[in-house]
Design a protein around this ligand. Structure first.
Ligand SMILES: [Zn+2]
Length: 285
């Protein structure tokens, strides 16, 4: 599933291509009506047609298109969704569910094998995105803020990190990678993290996301950017889907467990379940 680095890569690529363009037509495939939220496809098409795309921003894993006339088009790619920017004359792509035609003879194609992705047309983005935690790459996201968000949570830290109300944009890949970088076991109850561990985790989250963004995201299965290209960060992950392979730090075998129903990958040696003792933590911090 695309997470913050993948969605932000799409946003950065699309913004200069889409800003100022006017939507001239919208086509929704007959079998794709469930991709459109809350309104029938015809009403969706009618509401956004003729509007100009003023801006494209992101919140967590959501793309927010600000349209003329105080309306927002919101997209979430879920598992297998992608937004491809093509010439109208380009060959058809497989699994195209929605086509948004633009006034420069290009189009935005929402493709989605599994049809779990979603599009909304709303008057405020919050109507689509709901309550989300802070943006992890914003300056306002400090270690203290992370500490306040997790201090009362007894759930495993991995599950808490993936809860979009705690933090917006982190999913399975980058939660595993951040916990490895911070040397924290995924099953540790969030409330038991020490201040030093919270600081390490805060720094690890930001570094992991920034590195992935620099590599244009990870393409383990379906993710492609708006031009249909894969990212490269999956070639550089330390633990995600490396089960049984040697840890790059200590050579122990990467293990996999289920946390909150999701596969979690970690190094049993670098991320001990009881946490590092205070001496270890300060010695290696
Ligand atoms: Zn290790």
């Amino acid at each position: 599933m695309p997470e913050l680095p993948e969605v932000e890569t799409i946003r950065r690529d699309l913004l200069p291509l889409l800003r100022g363009r006017t939507i001239t037509a919208v086509r929704v495939a007959p079998d794709a009506s469930r991709v459109i939220r809350d309104v029938p496809p015809a009403a969706f098409a009618e509401r956004i047609s003729g509007r100009r795309i003023e801006d494209l921003t992101r919140r967590g894993k959501y793309l927010l298109f600000r349209l003329s006339g105080d309306l927002w088009l919101v997209a979430h790619l879920r598992m297998t969704g992608a937004l491809l920017h093509r010439l109208a004359s380009d060959p058809a792509d497989p699994y195209v569910r929605v086509v948004i035609a633009l006034d420069d003879a290009t189009e935005l194609r929402f493709v989605d094998l599994r049809k779990l992705g979603q599009l909304w047309v709303v008057e405020t983005p919050e109507e689509a995105v709901g309550k989300l935690g802070p943006e992890p790459l914003d300056a306002a996201f400090t270690a203290a803020r992370l500490g306040r968000a997790i201090v009362r949570r007894k759930a495993p830290i991995k599950a808490v990190l993936m809860d979009q109300r705690t933090l917006a944009g982190l999913g399975n890949i980058y939660a595993d990678e951040a916990l490895f970088a911070a040397r924290i076991h995924p099953l540790r109850p969030a409330s038991t993290l020490s201040e030093a561990e919270t600081k390490r985790l805060h720094r690890a989250i930001r570094r992991v996301l920034s590195d992935a963004l620099a590599n244009r995201g990870s393409s383990f299965r379906d993710y492609v950017d708006a031009a249909g290209r894969e990212g490269t960060h999956h070639l550089r992950v330390k633990v995600f889907r490396r089960t049984g392979q040697p840890c790059y730090v200590c050579r122990a075998e990467i293990a996999r467990i289920k946390v909150g129903g999701r596969s979690s990958h970690f190094c049993p040696h670098c991320q001990p379940e009881r946490g590092l003792n205070a001496d270890d933590a300060s010695a290696t911090d």
